[in-house]
Design a protein around this ligand. Sequence first.
Ligand code: MRU
Length: 361
Amino acid sequence: MTDIAKNVYNIETVILDDTHSELIILDQTLLPAETVFLKLKTQEEIWEAIYKLRVRGAPAIGIAAAYGIYLGAKASKATDYDGFYSEIIKLKEYLASSRPTAVNLFWALDRMDECVKRNKEKTVNDIKFDLLKESQNIKQEDIWVCRSIGEYGLTLLKPGMGILTHCNAGQLATSKYGTALAPIYVGHEKGYNLKVFADETRPLLQGARLTAYELNKAGVDVTLICDNMASAVMKNGWVQAVFVGCDRVAANGDTANKIGTSGVAILAKNYNIPFYVCAPTSTIDLSCASGKDICIEERKPEEVTEMWYEKRMAPKDIKVFNPAFDVTDEKFITGIITEYGIVKAPYSESLKEIFKRKRGT
Ligand code: MRU
């Protein structure tokens, strides 16, 4: 495979510094106006960065949490396994409480936990080294995973097509390439001349601030639209496919992604436009039977009432409902693009097959 890093805007959002003593993140709440990297040392700082969406996007928060476990482990003064492991578990529970919907957070924390248990017979110092390698692997593997989603996703596209996306499932949300934006970057490399419509994504504007920003920097043809304009651009015939990322896919294919995604899927169905979810297997949670079992994060009302203007945008004391995600019913999803291939309904069977492919069975 050709490395597209040379051809597109590429920025690392989650980095462990060279001395392995602090986590460096790009503060995504300040983009696009300011490019500020934060150095995080304490668990509280890492928790806050995830909670406040300074680092955001399902794969990226998993990577940040894995590094968080490593840094906590490194700082541990415990000399025996039991004392060390009980500290790791406390840390795991703490970081897990930062955000509830993206399963990658729990998946990465579980991987770090398993790494400790698997190496139980080793010295605490050796386990710390294993945790360093495991956190680095989680980040590195994500590059391959996203690239592979990009290659599979591109098989669904033809040059010149219009693609609509919601929120940001791009390089900023992953180690590299993104998930929903990966087919667009791979297509860009191959001269597909795709035309992307980026929903602004109220209330936190990940589409406007992040997707429009990174695609524009990469030289991709991108048009920013308000969320309520998606129907108009679809009706105009400008969109031939929708690609979105996801935070958790249930066993039946129901998918949680940024609030507003389900509305886009319903619109796409109306206009006969294929709607694809780009999902690394780390985002598929077979322990959730359906979307009803996915915990949807609710965030503070101020994100809706006073986030973007100096003056409040809504009456004082107004009631606000601010879910950060919604669930798209599987019946609206044309296909789910994973790093092991594209699956279609019935998802209760095809998703299991993907995990068999992953295990090589
Ligand atoms: O609240 P956010 O900005 O973390 O929400 C992110 C999304 O909804 C993304 O689409 C999803 O995490 C996939 S990122 C590859």
